[in-house]
Design a protein around this ligand. Structure first.
Ligand SMILES: Nc1ncnc2c1ncn2[C@@H]1O[C@H](COP(=O)(O)OP(=O)(O)OP(=O)(O)O)[C@@H](O)[C@H]1O
Length: 257
């Protein structure tokens, strides 16, 4: 579990995060949504320790990230898996080598155990046959799966995903979403996803946090979004006619139960 308490981040006196408190639970996919410029990336950077909060605390299972020594921070980083927008695979390494790399850098396993672990991670994302290929030889969806395999190689307790579906078609996005959601539940990971993808919100959002101008405007489940009276959230989520229709259909189903 990660608990954010009264988090403030300012740049030259301008508050971008204005005292946010939130709890990200273990085994759940926690989705952060909000308009461009609302503060999602700044929040994510504070969570993973790439930026220092101006005020507030971030508790990783009771360890306050803002108070850790650099040695303790290094240890905590090894409990974090990360999936970036562009997959961020190393071009000069094969898919297998990309997954093996963090194990080689940070784990104390024997060589044969590391090979076994990398192989099982590739297997978990259905890439067993692609280990010998280079990133330039595989599709965007396969790259994302390789990035997921790499992110879980060290058995993370916390998984951070920044726009995991960017650049993917809707069908492949669904596969990636479900993979992240399944892995979250299987390994009881606390997963945090920054997304603009409303399909993800509806499909895998165990918990949604809506950020508006640096404040936490709303939080709830994906089912609760359908019935929310929060105007700002309604405007944001149901901006498109398609989602207005989805909402109408789901509401019909709820009312007819
Ligand atoms: N290093 C920085 N220095 C000064 N201002 C910054 C810095 N990083 C971000 N900001 C400002 O913080 C605000 C929030 O930016 P952020 O990148 O968190 O938005 P976002 O919600 O992630 O947007 P998007 O969905 O477009 O990625 C913006 O006004 C941005 O200009």
């Amino acid at each position: 579990m990660i608990e954010v308490k009264d988090l403030v981040k300012s740049f030259e006196g301008r508050e971008v995060l204005k005292g946010i408190s939130m709890i990200f639970e273990e085994g759940k996919t926690n989705l952060i949504i909000g308009r461009s410029g609302s503060g999602k990336t700044v929040l994510l950077k504070n969570l993973i320790g790439l930026m220092r909060p101006t005020k507030g605390s971030i508790l990783y299972d009771n360890r306050d990230l803002t108070k850790l020594s650099s040695y303790q921070m290094k240890a905590l980083r090894q409990e974090m898996g990360m999936i970036f927008q562009g997959s961020a695979l190393f071009d000069a390494m094969t898919v297998f080598e990309n997954v093996y790399f963090p194990l080689d850098m940070f784990s104390s396993l024997s060589k044969s155990e590391k090979i076994k672990r990398a192989t099982s991670c590739l297997d978990r994302v259905n890439l067993s046959d692609a280990g010998h290929l280079y990133p330039s030889e595989i599709s965007g969806g396969m790259m994302k799966r390789a990035a997921i395999a790499r992110a879980i190689s060290l058995n993370p307790k916390y998984l951070f995903c920044d726009e995991p579906n960017s650049g993917l078609d809707p069908q492949t996005s669904l596969v990636i979403d479900e993979l992240i959601s399944d892995i979250t539940k299987e390994y009881k990971i606390t997963t945090i996803i920054n997304t603009h993808d409303m399909n993800s919100v509806m499909n895998i959002g165990d918990k949604i946090f809506f950020i508006q101008e640096g404040n936490l405007e709303w939080e709830g489940t994906n089912k609760q979004i359908l019935t929310t009276k929060n105007e700002a959230l309604n405007d944001f989520v149901f901006a498109s006619d398609l989602f207005k229709k989805v909402k109408a259909i789901e509401m019909d189903e709820i009312n007819n139960k």
